[in-house]
Design a protein around this ligand. Structure first.
Ligand code: GCB
Length: 588
């Protein structure tokens, strides 16, 4: 699915703005006006826009409503309604009739409106659900009593919901339109051959493909009568996309009929090679050390809503700290953010929303009972769907260097290998680039009990020695961390080890002369201890801290106003550790 653009053949209208909103308490007729609604900004989570605890914490269904105008001229074209994401499930009604449905809160979907709209004002309603269960991705515990739902998320972030990303209406020609462009290429890092895979609906008699460089100069052009003929486009002196030094080409596809242009689309792409070998990660034949963060889409008031200023500020901050990487924990981030990552040159581990694949999950996982996750979860179909949608959406982004197919699954429990064999086979078969696969491992999946290490290219570890384990005992933590690391390396000597999480809750402004946990001093000592260990192990290929910023969680005994493992506060003010990290990464 293409990111919508306006051009000589396509019109684009934004439907973002103030919509009407209502919690579903009784069945609602989509053909009737939405009575007693309140105002809700789109895109954003609904939860923190309202001063109403019941709405904020409601589990179940919600209605959004707006209107949009269409001109007679626009109706001569094919009209498509597109949502960047609706979390977690959307049923869409236009002028009272159901026109589409999508399950999954972090990927785009679109609906053709042919025959559904008329000139003038049209009514648009979306019935949204924030329900999660052991069949959905991500996973929650769902209970229902007399039509009242309750969801306990199987993860450590607030279950924000709503229309989180932009809503757009765009047009294409009715005769033929481009549905998808996958910029496949082969490169020896000097010469590159581009073999685009283009999907078109409808009839045309000529297709033209052009490659433009960053200055807009055309460097290659091929044309033919069918899509098979726009192959083997050669870039003889390739300007590579490099980490933190991006270079983006554009591929422009145009369809013609009887000499007239009927559709065109321009797709950005970058050329780079990613490999895992010799216990390292290589980009363009150079080893890279990942420095950066696990993050969240999370900001006061807007929750998980896409906001370009917040995205840009976070990217500027990461660059200022000499970070070069982040993981989209724990779901694919907005398309707008991925486009900026391409331009900024970040190395991105693109994670699907498969978080919570652990029966009996609790935040600290302390005292957790042995459960049989792989008998309880019925997520295979939903899991494959999010992988397919994430790869389809993100495969043209040069910033994406790895797919993360799950966060902290119960990979030590019987059945894990079978489950992930199916998931990794499926992912590898979809991904023409053969990017490395990871699934960050939970602390209880130690090297002695983990069952899935052989299935992944990189051993990704979420480790909290000195916090959830060996709390307030950094000497013991250091020794335990070193022991576990050495064992992983012994078991998989050719696989690099990547720290996808490590961190300690820290209250901004809390100081302790005795360097107690939760103080900025303890956060400093905690990170120093981890770095001492990593720096002794050349098979460690990166450090992604948990977390870039404090973030909202459900209320909990060890969650005072959310998760405080940020090195920035939720509103992006630095904790003391930021300056040490900036220095370390500047030198590394
Ligand atoms: C983890 C999870 C992450 C949590 C973090 C924590 O292992 O992957 O979602 O927020 O621990 O702070 O407990």
């Amino acid at each position: 699915m293409l990111y919508p653009e306006s051009n000589e053949c396509r019109m684009l209208t934004s439907l973002d703005g103030f919509w009407n909103f209502k919690v579903e308490e009784q069945p609602i007729d989509p053909a009737q006006p939405l009575a007693n609604s309140i105002t809700m900004a789109v895109p954003a989570s609904f939860n923190d826009q309202v001063i109403d605890q019941q709405i904020r914490n409601h589990d179940g269904y919600f209605w959004y409503q707006t209107t949009f105008n269409v001109s007679k001229m626009q109706l001569a074209q094919r009209n498509v309604l597109r949502f960047g994401s609706v979390t977690h499930e959307a049923t869409v009604y236009v002028n009272g009739k159901q026109v589409g449905h999508h399950q999954g809160g972090f990927t785009p979907f679109e609906i053709e409106l042919d025959g559904q709209i008329h000139p003038g004002e049209n009514d648009l309603k979306v019935r949204v659900s924030n329900l999660l269960s052991n069949k959905t991705i991500p996973i929650g515990k769902l209970t229902e009593e007399n039509g009242n739902y309750h969801v306990d998320p199987n993860f450590d972030f607030f279950n924000y919901a709503g229309i989180h990303r932009p809503v757009k209406l765009y047009t294409t020609s009715r005769m033929a339109h481009i549905d998808e462009i996958v910029v496949k290429y082969d490169t020896d890092l000097k010469q590159t051959t581009v073999n685009p895979e283009v999907r078109v609906t409808g009839d045309f008699d000529q297709v033209v493909a052009e490659i433009l460089d960053e200055d807009g100069n055309r460097i290659e052009r091929v044309q033919g009568n069918s899509l098979n003929e726009i192959q083997k486009m050669v870039i003889s002196d390739t300007h590579l996309w490099q980490p933190m030094n991006a270079y983006l080409y554009r591929l422009k596809i145009s369809l013609l009929a009887e000499g007239e242009l009927i559709d065109t689309y321009t797709q950005e792409f970058g050329i780079r090679k990613v490999e895992v070998k010799n216990a390292g990660i290589y980009v363009n034949d150079q080893p890279v050390y990942l420095k950066g963060f696990g993050r969240h889409e999370d900001f006061p008031i807007i929750g998980k809503g896409m906001n370009r200023a917040v995205i840009n500020h976070d990217h500027q901050t990461m660059k200022w700290m000499h970070a070069n990487a982040f993981r989209t924990s724990h779901y694919p981030y907005s398309e707008e953010e991925m486009q900026l990552a391409d331009r900024d040159g970040f190395l991105v581990i693109d994670e699907v929303p498969a978080v919570g694949l652990y029966a009996g999950f609790s935040v600290s996982m302390m005292g957790q009972k042995a459960a049989n996750t792989w008998k309880i979860m019925q997520t295979m179909d939903a899991h494959k769907q999010v992988i397919q949608e994430t790869i389809t959406r993100d495969q043209n982004h040069p910033s994406v260097i790895m797919w993360s197919v799950a966060n902290e699954p119960a990979s030590q429990q019987e059945g894990a290998h079978e489950y992930f064999k199916e998931i990794t086979d499926y992912t590898r078969q979809l991904d023409w680039q053969h990017l490395p696969l990871v699934a960050p491992k939970i602390a209880s999946a130690t090297v002695d009990v983990d069952l899935t290490g052989d299935l992944f290219d990189v051993i990704a570890l979420n480790r909290y020695y000195g916090w959830y384990i060996d709390f307030n005992d950094l000497a013991q933590a250091k020794s335990d961390l070193m022991t576990e690391l050495r064992k992983w390396h012994q078991k998989f000597p050719d696989k690099p080890i990547l720290f996808t999480e490590f961190g300690a809750d820290t209250l901004s402004g809390m100081h302790s002369i005795n360097r107690e946990p939760y103080s900025e001093e303890y956060q400093h000592d905690y990170y120093q201890m981890n770095f001492d260990v990593f720096d002794q192990c050349d098979f460690v290929c990166g450090e992604l801290l948990w977390n870039f910023a404090d973030f909202a969680t459900p209320a909990g005994l060890i969650r005072v106003d959310g998760n405080k493992k940020g090195i920035f506060t939720r509103d992006r003010q630095p904790k003391q550790i930021v300056y040490d990290l900036k220095k370390r990464w500047g030198n590394k």
